[in-house]
Structure formats: structure tokens, C-alpha cells
Design a protein around this ligand. Structure first.
Ligand code: BG6
Length: 489
């Protein structure tokens, strides 16, 4: 299916010299251009405080592409075409007069898409100054990077400020997990396959597990991260978004608001975790020294830039979450996410109930375990564990658990999984909000997380240590084993 080309854009990238822009956004924009997905007339205007002439900025982008693209991914002709789109404006975000310089670069025939890869503290200034330079019209869009707030109150302040200048249907809040191929594939899996669609509820499913693990530590971000922790950095956004994609009811249509309406319903149905139940439902951990892939690594308190030896900030969270609705009553969702774990992996596991009556040798009961494993990264794919008879002439029926395996990368040896940002940048230019987070979603998610974070404070929860290179504190294993279940290996 070919996609009609979107209207030409002036893609204005605030924070163009920052880490995100250099590491992720310029490589993603280049890949879109290379794949002929950018309108030939679209321009990319970098905006930052750094003093640069046009040539110096283009050179900096070239360096970043050389560094972050794979060898051979960029030909000279491709680079020349991309470079011709680039422009640069030096702007102090707090100075209204500087925004006139942006205006000189724009063309009224193009839609202005403002991408704020800046700290949220300057979102307000940027919006105000775009407005006073008369750069906002009915078409103008704004794309916001996380974090949108630290809690519900601060996210409301940011949302209110942005809403003064932009209508909700022009605001694109990024959660880059929604741009990952397999997350979108979840929609296809659930809503295009009756086999799964008809068995997606508490009569068929025993429980769901969502794991987002990383091997990295803080990589120079200690002082920022210590004020945030894994609950705000990963659970409030990425894990809850994945949970929504698994748990939502089928939207009546595939448009942005139908999908987001269903996700909000899930967020509002999350059973509160309060001081009453927090010790049974949630575990916080912090990594101590250990080893990852055979190399020794230091603990959280010894990381570069660590400012205190006894921080109570969590680098690991595991939760048992219930969704209080008809479809999911009695089906726990176990979530876990952490830094310095044994592998970098994002996986959703749907564990099915067993048949009510077992007619085979009771000793084989443990083999029977239908699971649908949805792998987001690495090696995107879907595996369905099914039970079959072993091929042999032995007496009786010897069962085995085998996997039907769908490995997306294997189908095409030249396959390249697009980075999540490629999809999201493209959608922001096309003007489709389906993969962006609506205000009520982010606020419902903060409301639930705030309650949990407050509960930890109320009960005086202390982080539990785990050695780097392990799957988190022992309490995380107990959290699921208490229910007679175990984490998927
Ligand atoms: C970011 C978090 O949102 O996601 C980081 O702030 C985390 O702490 C990153 O490392 C993980 O993203 P990915 O795509 O590498 O799984």
C-alpha cells in the first residue's frame, strides 16, 4: 500500500545541538529522506543557543550521521540531498526578538512543525515567543518530548501552558515506545486475528507479564535520574503505554481519538496501589556492584557524578497491577523494569489458562503452558508456545512444548527495523496523532503513579539492593511467586 505524500513542512527542531537531536532525531530524519518519505519541499531548521553559521551546523549534522549511521548507510548523493534541507538559527529561547530570525526561514506554503527536544522548563518560553512572533496559525503543530511533568500537578502546568497557544489536535506528545514496530504490530495481532482477538480476556488469559530491561546504568545522567527514578522515567510512560496497548478494548476505528479513548479507559481502570497494599503489589530496587556480560560494573552510589552514598532512588521497579473492568477482572499484569539487568529486552508475555480438565499423564501437567511472547526488542517477533505430541513410538502420549516462531527480521535478510523516532517524526509531519499521547492519558497515568509513589513515602519504603547483572531484588521474584506464578525466562 503506498502512502500519499504529506504536505511540505518546515520542521523546526528546538534543541538541535542536544544529545537527543544528534543521537536520534537527525539520523531518523536522514533515514526518512533516504526512504523517499519526506516531502521533497520540506525543510529542517535547527534551532539552538550555540553560535554556528549554516556551514558549521551542516558539518555538525554530518559528523553525527557518520557516527550514528551504520557503515555504508549514507551515500554522498543521499547526504547532499539531506544537507540541502538543513538550515540553522541561533536563538535564545527566552528572547522574543530572536524568534523573528526563525520567521525569516519559513514559507507560508509549508506546515510548521515545532519539535521541542528541550527541557520542559523552556516549553512555556518557546510557545510564548512563537506566538509573539506570530508564528502560530491553525496549522502549526508542536511536538513535545518527555518528561511532561514530574507528577500530576506539574504535568498539568505544562499542559495548561502549551494549551494557551495550541489546540490539543495540534499537540503531539512523544512516548517513543509507541513508535516501535512491534507495538504497532500489537494492533494488527489483536484486531486482525480472530484467533487472538476472540481469546483476549479473563476466560482465556491467566496473567500478563511486561518486562523492559536494560543493561546500561546511568551513563552520566546520575544527578538528573536521582530526582526521577525508574517509576517516573519508565513506568509512568513506556510501561503503562504498553499495558494500555495490551489491555484496551478494540477501538471502533483506527483513528487517533478512537485508540486514545480506549487507552484512557484502561488507565482510569487501574486498581490503585496505596499504602494499604503497596508492600504486596510493588517492589523497588537499586543496583549494587556486579557484572554485566562478564565485565565488572559499579553500583548506583559509585556511578560517575553520584552525589550521595545513600540515595533512596529506585533503578528497578516491579509491580502487580490489576485492571478493574469486565475483560480483565482477576487477571494480574506483572510489570518489571530496571537498569543494569542481564539483558536489554522488551517483552510482553500473555500466559493462557490451562484447560479445565487434564486427560494426559498428570506428571506432564507442567509442560502444558500456552504462552504468546511478543518481543519488541531486540529481534522483534512473536512466539506462540503450543503443546504437541512428541514424534515417537513410545507407549502413551508424550507431550512437548514447542514454539511457533515469527521472527520479523528473518523474513528479509536486508531488513532494517526502523527506529521508533523515524515513525514518530513521520507521523508528526503527516499529522496523524494515533501514536502520540493525549493530555487525558498523561494525566490519568500521573494520577495513578502519584498515588503509588506517595504510598511508598507513607510506608517509608527503602530500595532493596540487587547485584548488577541480575533480574532485580529477591522481592520481585516473591511478588509473582506468591501467586503461584513465575517470571518468563
Ligand atoms: C527513555 C528513558 O525514555 O527510554 C531512558 O529516559 C531509557 O532512561 C530509554 O534508557 C530506553 O529506551 P529504549 O528505546 O532504548 O528501550
Amino acid at each position: 500500500m503506498s502512502i500519499p505524500m504529506h504536505q511540505a513542512c518546515d520542521f523546526v527542531l528546538f534543541g538541535a545541538k542536544g544529545d537527543l537531536a544528534m543521537r536520534k532525531l537527525f539520523p531518523a530524519l536522514f533515514q526518512l529522506d533516504k526512504a523517499n518519505l519526506l516531502n521533497p519541499k520540506s525543510k529542517i531548521i535547527g534551532v539552538a543557543r550555540t553560535e554556528h553559521d549554516q556551514a558549521g551546523f551542516v558539518e555538525a549534522v554530518k559528523e553525527t550521521l557518520d557516527r550514528f549511521l551504520k557503515a555504508g548507510e549514507m551515500s554522498d548523493a543521499e547526504w547532499q540531498r539531506f544537507a540541502a534541507r538543513l538550515d540553522y538559527v541561533q536563538v535564545d529561547m527566552t528572547k522574543p526578538e530572536d524568534f523573528k530570525k526563525i520567521s525569516a526561514k519559513l514559507d507560508a506554503s509549508r506546515v510548521m512543525v515545532n519539535y521541542l527536544a528541550t527541557p520542559p522548563s523552556v516549553f512555556g518560553d518557546i510557545c510564548k515567543n512563537l506566538s509573539s512572533a506570530e508564528l502560530i496559525n491553525e496549522q502549526t503543530r508542536i511536538v513535545l518530548e518527555k518528561p511532561i511533568g514530574h507528577d500530576l500537578a506539574s504535568s498539568k502546568v505544562i499542559n495548561d501552558t502549551v494549551a494557551t497557544y495550541f489546540k490539543e489536535d495540534r499537540i503531539y506528545r512523544i512516548d517513543h515506545y509507541l513508535g516501535k514496530e512491534t507495538v504497532q504490530n500489537l494492533l494488527a495481532l489483536r484486531f486482525a486475528n480472530n484467533l487472538f482477538g476472540s481469546q483476549w480476556h479473563n476466560s482465556a488469559i491467566d496473567h500478563v507479564q511486561i518486562t523492559v530491561s536494560e543493561t546500561v546504568g546511568l551513563e552520566g545522567r546520575w544527578s538528573y535520574y536521582d530526582k526521577v527514578g525508574q517509576m517516573r522515567d519508565m513506568v509512568q510512560n513506556h510501561l503503562l503505554q504498553l499495558l494500555c496497548m495490551v489491555a484496551m478494548n478494540p477501538p471502533s476505528k483506527l483513528d487517533a481519538d478512537s485508540i486514545r479513548d480506549e487507552k484512557v479507559r484502561v488507565l482510569k481502570a487501574l486498581h490503585p496501589i496505596t499504602s494499604e497494599n503497596v508492600t504486596k503489589r510493588a517492589v523497588r530496587g537499586q543496583y549494587a556492584a556486579g557484572s554485566i556480560n562478564g565485565s565488572a560494573v559499579v553500583g548506583y552510589a559509585q556511578e560517575d557524578g553520584a552525589q550521595k552514598a545513600n540515595s533512596n532512588t529506585e533503578t528497578f521497579v516491579s509491580l502487580r497491577v490489576n485492571v478493574d473492568n469486565w475483560r480483565w477482572a482477576g487477571v494480574p499484569f506483572y510489570l518489571r523494569t530496571g537498569k543494569r539487568m542481564p539483558a536489554k529486552m522488551t517483552e510482553i508475555v500473555i500466559v493462557y489458562k490451562n484447560n479445565p480438565h487434564f486427560i494426559f499423564d498428570p506428571k506432564q501437567r507442567d509442560i502444558v503452558n500456552n504462552r504468546l511472547v511478543i518481543r519488541l526488542q531486540p529481534e522483534e517477533g512473536i512466539r506462540l508456545h503450543v503443546v504437541t505430541k512428541q514424534l515417537d513410538l513410545q507407549q502413551g502420549m508424550n507431550l512437548q512444548n514447542r514454539a511457533l516462531n515469527l521472527n520479523f527480521g528473518e523474513d528479509d535478510p536486508n531488513h532494517r527495523t526502523p527506529d521508533a523516532y523515524e515513525r514518530l517524526l513521520l507521523e508528526s509531519m503527516v499529522g496523524d496523532q494515533s501514536l502520540f499521547v493525549r493530555r487525558d492519558e498523561i494525566e490519568a497515568s500521573w494520577a495513578w503513579c502519584d498515588q503509588l509513589i506517595d504510598a511508598w513515602k507513607e510506608v517509608g519504603d527503602e530500595v532493596k539492593p540487587y547485584n548488577a547483572g541480575t533480574w532485580g531484588p529477591i522481592g520481585s521474584i516473591a511478588l509473582i511467586e506468591r501467586d503461584g506464578r513465575s517470571w518468563h525466562e
